[in-house]
Design a protein around this ligand. Sequence first.
Ligand code: AMP
Ligand code: GLY
Length: 443
Amino acid sequence: MTMSKATGHDLPSLKKILVIGSGGRENSLAWALKRCPEIEEVWVTPGNGGTEEIKGCKRLTIKEEDIAGIQKACSIHQINFVIIGPEAPLAKGVADQLRALGLAVFGPDAEGAQLEASKDWAKNLMNEAGIPTAKHWTVTTETEALKILYDYGEPLVVKVDGLASGKGVTVAKTIIESEEAIKEAFAGRFGSAGRKLVLEEQLQGPEVSLFALTDGEDLVLLPPAQDHKRLAEGDEGPNTGGMGAYAPAPLLNSTAIEHAKKTVLEPTLEALKKQGIDYRGVIYAGLMITKDGPKVIEFNCRFGDPECQTLMPMMGPQLAKVLYACALGKLSSAPKLMISDCCSACVVAAASGYPNTPRKNDQIRVKLNVSPSVQIFHAGTTKDSNSNLFTSGGRVLSVVAQGEDFDKAFSKAYSGLEQIHFKGMVYRTDIGHQVRQFFTRES
Ligand code: AMP
Ligand code: GLY
């Protein structure tokens, strides 16, 4: 396979793309795709208040799972390529249904999306393929779960098997906390998603997100990114969707990336193929760098958010062709994806009360002028008929900046954030503390 020699001429022509989703991830994908020279229009549904701030991007109001609506829009606007951003529509089979209608889709079928939508399924796949991961027990009753916990004699990580909007994992510090999490899940806190639990031994070490684009046969890796899941400085406070990120994370150097490719990503793709799954989309490996080497903490079937916002400005103009080639099962015909060797920094501005009860409907004032090396990506924003922007969700927007080193990239991202105002705006001042020489806890 000599992917680097391909030019993309073997691929059908591509001018219009539909991105499904409404978050910062989809906003950054739309932005990066619109930068690709052959792309005339990027449509986003349901999008957010930032969609139409991007020249050449248009917003639709079709729901993520409205197949008939999506099909109709694709036919009206002559779109033949759809990218599905979030996990929920993937897990519900939106990609399968759109493919059956003849559209090229970036994103796995429901079967492949189980990599994220069922932790038990993903664990079995990892064990069968010999992929390094934490030891686990799958349980379907409280009695069984508590017996395993007491026999183990140490706190276990308690994970709801199904999708739980990022809230289904308890990393317990004590056996009592594990016990409480088990009891809450079986009492119905997560509905049917919590009827099956995965209990895991606790691993220790820093975490890194590694993304592989695949057409089901070949893989293209993106630079590793490090997310910051906790709400507050010093990695304290509740878990969130992610408060900021940076890339390339030096936690994985090129040798370690190659090692992760060989020990995690390639065997995962092989295991999927063995099950007859033609996986076309992103394999997101959440890795923990333990003293015994990298181990998989979780798989997701889509780009990470805010890792995607961090990575998109590093992508070359071949991005659209590469994603399209994945969707067509022709990655070997795609041009080589050029990736900038800059440092990219992303800081998320959230609404106060996030992640539990974010305030909404506050006006957002933006004085920041975006530049080739500074971007604003919208997430929980909405626009009124006078083009005034308002907050409408927990993670409101992010500022992303690039520089020749992390100090410069973060300095630009934080200066950018100072030009954005809304009541109750919350952000961490220590994003990237792992790679910055200087950072301050005051802001
Ligand atoms: P997940 O939703 O599976 O990514 O889990 C959320 C977070 O819980 C991860 O990012 C880790 O910080 C933590 N976590 C999950 N599994 C483990 C584990 N086995 N050991 C230690 N921490 C874990
Ligand atoms: N940033 C973590 C995630 O997207 O799941």
